[in-house]
Design a protein around this ligand. Structure first.
Ligand code: ATP
Ligand code: MG
Length: 508
């Protein structure tokens, strides 16, 4: 057995040490003119560039964020007590780098890669610059592989594919984080590497999120990058870029990666905060003028790489918070225009008990349709129609209009579909089971059951399939389409199930 340190063989570590270039590369030095609120103004750093890493006399790192004629603005990654006026600042000529690798999976870290979960040291496989060029059009492939969220409304009506950028948008407390977490939870069945970037979230929130991921067995495949409101703004600022860089590393190795930015509204606010401190000229709504570019570039780095480059993918789920449902304010409109669609969460639906509170009319996925498996496409069209008709007719009901039989039937169908789309937090469902649920609704199998029983019938039917006819489920999971054979079986088994399990309990 070879000797190992932190999971790596000694000879490999020795080789790395030999290769490492210890000579400092100081391209320039400067002096601190002023420091406060997590930023420093530094004079004389002539050749500095935006994004360059600098090191202060005390060893604290910083990043150049603004350039003026006679000084540069630097954000600090450490406590500003260690930086004082007159201190020497060394420029490095390098963009800030962060560590990455498999060792980070299952861990909670800060954006510089330091563990903050009380666990041991993490041995990085590589250091990657936090900023990178986005893959070019020649490096990419169209989005065509489905990324299953496990959330019925999304997988059926707003399908997402690997490499897509889908915005999750909504007011406070409408279930935005839950959608992202559930998507991560669903990935454990599909081997996707997940990165959850928390921007300026309370410690109790992060603890709850980590606990949820652990409970559902999804933490071991996930890196949680956490930043808190009381930390230097620099950490909050670089968090999404750092997460993206860590994800790109896996993507380039052919892995499928999902990254959640929770949320970019807070990120924009952080950027506004530091920009004002650095006395940059404010633009619209006092945000710095390049906030659009910053987020566009970040999301452009999500991609589905072509086979030549290993076929990996980075899918981005940015989250944005709206105020009173207003989606036409600056940051939400920016993000809508630089993503491939949005999942819009509605406070009214949330309060009416329709959860997830997805407003299907305002939500869209512009590229994911081609990634949706055939079996889901077979049932989703009908579903959308049933739902739309129901919402239209339901208005008449409110006015007490007399309705004919056909319309009544459509309303009853719609109510059942709506009920079926309700889904509790973290109750993710595999795609083949979703297809079966919708097949039952479309085929009228649920029409004879009262609305409140509908979900129960479906759950019990699927349990019955698992118990007695698991081959049908396996076949559907493999083929992902409702072949005549599968339809025939599902139909017959349902009749048998009704007799055996649901006999005399229709209640209608
Ligand atoms: P914030 O604006 O504070 O970040 P948010 O929009 O991210 O909130 P969540 O934290 O995901 O919202 O959810 C808010 C609350 O709603 C939580 O208590 C969560 O458990 C509950 N919730 C979210 N989705 C569902 C659901 N599908 N079913 C039941 N409860 C849900
Ligand atoms: Mg949230």
């Amino acid at each position: 057995m070879k000797e190992e340190v932190l999971g790596l063989p000694i000879d490999k570590i020795e080789k790395k040490i030999k290769e490492y270039d210890f000579s400092p590369r100081i391209s320039n030095i400067g002096y601190v003119k002023h420091v406060g609120d997590g930023v420093a103004e530094v004079s004389l750093l002539n050749s500095a560039f935006i994004g360059e890493m600098v090191v202060f006399e005390s060893g604290i790192q910083g990043m150049v964020l603004s350039l003026k004629e006679d000084s540069v603005g630097v954000i600090l990654f450490g406590k500003e007590e260690y930086v004082k006026e007159g201190d020497v600042v060394y420029s490095t000529g390098k963009i800030l780098q962060v560590p990455t690798g498999n060792g980070f999976l299952g861990r909670v870290i800060d954006p510089l890669g330091n563990p903050i979960d009380g666990g041991g040291l993490i041995f990085p496989e590589a250091y990657v610059p936090i900023d990178n060029e986005a893959p070019s059009i020649f490096d990419r492939e169209p989005v065509k592989e489905p990324l299953y969220t496990g959330i019925r409304t999304i997988d059926a009506l707003i399908p997402i594919g690997h490499g897509q950028r889908e915005l999750i948008l909504g007011d406070r407390q409408t279930g935005k984080t839950t959608i992202a977490l559930d998507t991560i939870i669903s990935q454990k069945n599909y081997g996707t590497i997940c990165i959850y970037v928390a921007i300026a979230q309370k410690r109790t929130n992060i603890a709850r999120i980590v606990q949820t991921l652990r409970e559902y067995g999804a933490l071991s495949n996930t890196i949680v990058i956490a930043t808190f409101p009381d930390e230097p703004p620099a950490l909050r600022y670089i968090a999404p870029m750092a997460g993206c860089a860590m994800g790109e590393y896996f993507m380039r190795q052919g892995e499928r990666v999902l990254i959640v930015y929770d949320d970019l509204t807070k990120h924009a606010n952080t950027y506004r905060e530091v920009a004002l401190l650095l006395r940059r000229v404010p633009g619209r709504e006092a945000y710095p003028g390049d906030i659009f570019y910053l987020h566009a570039h970040l999301l452009e780095r999500a991609a589905k790489l072509n086979k030549r480059l290993g076929g990996g993918a980075l899918t981005a789920l940015p989250i944005a918070e709206t105020l009173s449902g207003e989606i036409s304010t600056y940051i939400p409109t920016n993000l809508i225009s630089i993503t491939d669609g949005q999942i819009y969460l509605d406070t009214n639906l949330f309060n009416a008990g329709i959860r997830p509170a997805i407003n299907v009319g305002l939500s869209v996925s512009r590229v994911g349709g081609s990634a949706q498996p055939k079996g889901m496409r077979q049932v989703a069209g009908r579903l959308r129609l049933d739902l739309a008709q129901y919402r239209e007719y339901a208005m008449f009901l409110e006015f007490g209009t007399e309705l004919d039989m056909a319309t009544k039937k459509k309303i009853e169908r719609g109510r059942r579909v709506e009920e079926l789309l309700k889904q509790g937090a973290h109750e993710v469902q595999p795609i083949e089971e979703q297809i079966i649920s919708f097949y039952l609704a479309n085929g009228g199998f649920l029409d004879n059951y009262p609305v409140e029983k509908v979900k129960d019938v479906v759950i019990k039917y699927i349990a019955y399939l698992k118990l007695k006819y698991s081959s049908v489920l396996t076949l559907l999971r493999e083929e992902l389409q409702l072949s005549d054979q599968i339809i025939y079986q599902l139909h017959n088994i349902f009749q048998e199930f009704e007799k055996e399990v649901y006999a005399n309990s229709t209640g209608s």
